[in-house]
Design a protein around this ligand. Structure first.
Ligand code: ZN
Ligand code: ZN
Length: 824
């Protein structure tokens, strides 16, 4: 296979070529940010640096630290817990290596523990530390792959142990007695990529770290924590919640970097179509419930015409009974747009990585690109592939190698490629849809750029309110970050199991309760005593069972569902149980490496989905039903006609049916019932209520309440990731013109994880910012009656019906005014 990279276009030429796709009056590019190259600001080695460490870095070609590295390192050396939150490739490792290695050199007994979210990153760090060749450091990884016989050596002799939170939780802490010597001498705990510890997983990790702190104290040490984070809002606050101690932040990046041309791209509107409708169905186009007759379905489909009333033979013959109606404008799908840009880039010889948010999307883009390339240059289609989690490890390694060698010119990948995999030499990165966090956005964009060269990054907006907002508000992408990493160590579904783990390691004393969360921990311990899991004795609370508690840090509710090809018994991959009802129900179309499979049977008991290869010309879309009741109110704001609340709720959800839609036209072929169990969730929600009088005064007719509230709910969920690091899929919502528990028109937005993960709390805390951005996203959308870029939701269990875009703006204005803010 020959490698064609010599003809590669530079970022400017490539951008010019891509720009040429737009028309003169409507360029898809809404903004171009030239992130200029920056020269670094070096600082002298801190005076406390051990000479052997300084010499080792010098021998490795590092002659001085950058200013931010020296600042963070010195804080850590002085014993202050510190978080360094700077961009990708800003040299965060040196900031913790410097104090950690100096400590090891100065105190021959000291030890260091390094935690990373992935094994690949830990292996990378091990190589970096080992390469320095410092005497007596004896770095070693300790993870699931470490052979039994080596583990004893690591415990006894390694002084720089690299591991991950799962290993800490499952092995090191339960076996703390055997780690006693290591723990007694523990001087630093390094937490790399700490922004990845968010949501439920982050809440678990927060307790694992508290257990580590308790074990350290038990053996007589009080290590200093050094955390490395991607840029985010309030890094010190997030780091402090994670470790449970005050943390100082360092956020100014003084490292040099290459220039990046960053374009924001909004797929163009498709030519407006007109449609002949029978005259009796024309008038209510913009008002529910009939608006569904011209509603635009999921983001990749053309207008859904299936719900149009069939014309009777009589009227069909009579032209006068028809009238032409303009369909709402729709944009080209981001997936198609990305596939086209990827095709152009590869034809131009540019090595390009396209990041796609969903696994399915990555498969679709890869296969569309393959087809287009094959048409352009036979054989070229072979040089693009899909890459995502859920592939088997061998397949992933083979793809990585092919991209590095140039055998592959393009890759359509999910964020599975984000961390740990070292890829250099890419010219361009296409980001199909905002990846949910700024950290991910810059991590993905940072994949482009050869050493010292210029790179191109393009963010292609999906039909999504947050994406629409961002491509029209570049300051939200390039200005100060507002999103914060959220986690909630007080989540009872995390706290209870973690206290059991803690008790099984050593009895929990009264003073430990403060460490684990104070009153919340005391209440949880009490409940565990009543359940019989813990027993109170004078010396503390004891774990009563023989074995260890079975607690999964990534607890997503049950084992992942295995996708198995029935004819061959081959394991294709896995899907987490939470998504399995919607993705792998019987009859669902499932894509793997661009190959389409149909699910014959989903066996939830055995967590297995049996599939067969088939390429039907339809896609499948699950429908669900949700109910919600309020359990309690934790906090509220009384703003006259408007109330804002935070509290616990019970949610029941059931996937009840699925639609088959024709690929290409989006025509609904049929809706088929499903027999799946109801799933119940107790979680945390934020909600607002508005008095009916205030809504009417704002110009919303009572008949439009449901559509207006529903539209506000969808957009509100869509904009939540702007303020908290969550995925729209982590969040659920419910809106109603009258709820039994609130007795008023209400919009609920809830955490999709048992016990809550901090998302609703964050939304409550910055409700005005969140709702103002939501209002802005809806109002700035060019569509007339609502589209996927503003108020329609791809996960609506109601088929996006009813929705009232104009009403949603009035709802949000009313709420914002009452909350004492000025609507934009
Ligand atoms: Zn719209
Ligand atoms: Zn909905």
């Amino acid at each position: 296979m020959q490698c064609v990279t010599s003809t590669a276009f530079g970022p400017a030429e490539l951008l010019h070529r891509l720009r040429a796709r737009g028309t003169a009056e409507a360029s898809p590019i809404t903004h171009v940010e030239r992130v200029p190259p920056r020269s670094g600001r070096p600082a002298p080695w801190p005076t406390w640096t051990d000479p052997s460490v300084r010499d080792a870095f010098a021998a490795a070609g590092i002659h001085a630290p950058w200013e931010h590295q020296a600042t963070a390192a010195t804080l850590a050396w002085e014993g202050k817990h510190v978080v360094l939150a700077t961009g990708t490739a800003s040299g965060k490792s040196l900031a913790y290596q410097l104090p950690a290695l100096s400590a090891l050199a100065t105190d021959p007994k000291a030890t260091v523990l390094y935690l990373s979210p992935t094994k690949a990153l830990a292996a990378d760090q091990l190589r970096a530390v080992a390469r320095l060749g410092l005497d007596g450091v004896r770095p070693a990884t300790f993870d699931g792959d470490t052979p039994r016989e080596e583990r004893e050596w690591v415990r006894q002799h390694a002084r720089f142990v690299l591991t991950n939170p799962d290993m800490l939780h499952h092995s090191l802490l339960p076996g703390h007695a055997r780690w006693g010597v290591f723990l007694r001498r523990l001087s630093y705990v390094v937490i790399d990529e700490c922004h990845t510890y968010r949501g439920v997983f982050g809440s678990h990790v927060a307790h694992v770290l508290r257990r580590l702190r308790r074990a350290a104290v038990r053996y007589g040490s009080a290590p200093t924590f050094v955390l490395a984070s991607a840029t985010s809002g309030d890094p010190a606050g997030a780091a402090s919640r994670l470790i449970g101690l005050p943390v100082t932040e360092v956020t100014e990046d003084t490292s040099p970097r290459g220039g990046v041309t960053f374009a924001l791209w909004e797929p163009p509107l498709l030519p407006q179509s007109t449609l002949s409708l029978p005259i009796q169905s024309v008038s209510p186009v913009s008002s529910p419930p009939d608006s569904s007759s011209v509603a635009v379905p999921g983001s990749d489909a053309l207008p859904d015409l299936s719900d149009l009333p069939d014309s009777s033979p009589d009227s069909a013959a009579d032209e006068s009974l028809f009238v032409d109606v303009e369909l709402p404008p729709i944009r080209r799908s981001a997936l198609r747009e990305t596939a086209d840009l990827l095709t152009d880039a590869i034809v131009a010889g540019t090595r390009t990585l396209a990041f796609i948010r969903s696994r399915r999307g990555a498969e679709v883009v890869a296969s569309m690109t393959r087809r287009a390339l094959e048409e352009a240059v036979p054989g070229l289609g072979e040089r693009v592939a899909a890459y995502r989690a859920g592939y088997l490890r061998e397949d992933r390694r083979a793809i990585e190698r092919a991209l590095l060698s140039g055998e592959l010119l393009g890759l359509a990948s999910t964020n599975a490629l984000e961390l740990g995999v070292d890829l250099v030499g890419l010219d361009a990165v296409l980001i199909c849809g905002y990846p949910g966090t700024r950290a991910s956005l810059w991590q993905q964009a940072g994949r482009a750029g050869r050493a010292g060269g210029e790179a191109l990054a393009v963010l292609i907006a999906r039909d999504d309110p947050l994406d629409t907002y961002l491509v029209h508000h570049p300051e939200a992408v390039f200005g100060r970050p507002v999103e914060a990493t959220v986690l909630d160590p007080a989540n009872p579904y995390v706290l209870g199991p973690q206290l059991c783990c803690a008790a099984s390691e050593a009895p929990i004393t009264e003073s430990d309760l403060e460490l684990f969360g104070g009153p919340a921990a005391a209440a949880a311990v009490q409940a565990l005593v009543e359940e019989g899991a813990l027993r109170r004795r004078p010396s503390g609370f004891y774990w009563t069972h023989r074995g260890r508690p079975d607690v999964d840090l990534r607890g997503t509710g049950g084992a992942p569902v295995a996708v198995v090809e029935s004819s061959t018994g081959r394991l294709l991959g896995t899907v987490d149980q939470g998504s399995s009802h919607a993705m792998l129900h019987t009859g669902a179309v499932h894509l793997h490496q661009g190959v389409s499979y149909v699910v014959d049977e989903l066996d939830l008991d055995d967590a297995i989905a049996l599939v067969r290869q088939e390429e039907p010309d339809w896609s499948t879309h699950a429908r669900d039903v949700t109910n919600l009741s309020v359990v309690n109110v934790r906090s509220y704001v009384d703003a006259g006609p408007v109330g804002l609340f935070l509290g616990e709720v019970d949610v029941t959800n059931q996937v009840v049916s699925y639609q088959r839609r024709r690929i290409g036209t989006g025509e609904v072929i049929d809706t088929r019932p499903l027999d799946l169990p109801v799933r119940e969730l107790r979680t945390v929600a934020v909600w607002f209520t508005i008095s009916p009088e205030a809504l009417v005064a704002a110009g919303v007719e009572p008949s439009d309440f449901p559509g207006a509230l529903h539209a506000a709910e969808h957009a509100g969920i869509g904009l939540l990731p702007l303020i908290a690091t969550c995925d729209r899929w982590d969040i659920g919502g419910l809106s109603t013109a009258g709820h039994a528990d609130t007795e008023a028109p209400t919009v609920f937005v809830y955490d999709g994880h048992p016990g809550g993960a901090g998302f609703a709390e964050r939304a409550y805390a910055v409700a005005s910012d969140w709702l103002r951005a939501t209002r802005e996203a809806i109002a700035s959308c060019v569509c007339e009656a609502g589209c996927p870029a503003c108020v329609q939701s791809p996960k609506c269990g109601n088929g996006n019906n009813p929705l009232d875009k104009a009403g949603a703006v009035k709802v949000l204005d009313t709420v914002l005014t009452a909350l004492n803010t000025k609507p934009v």
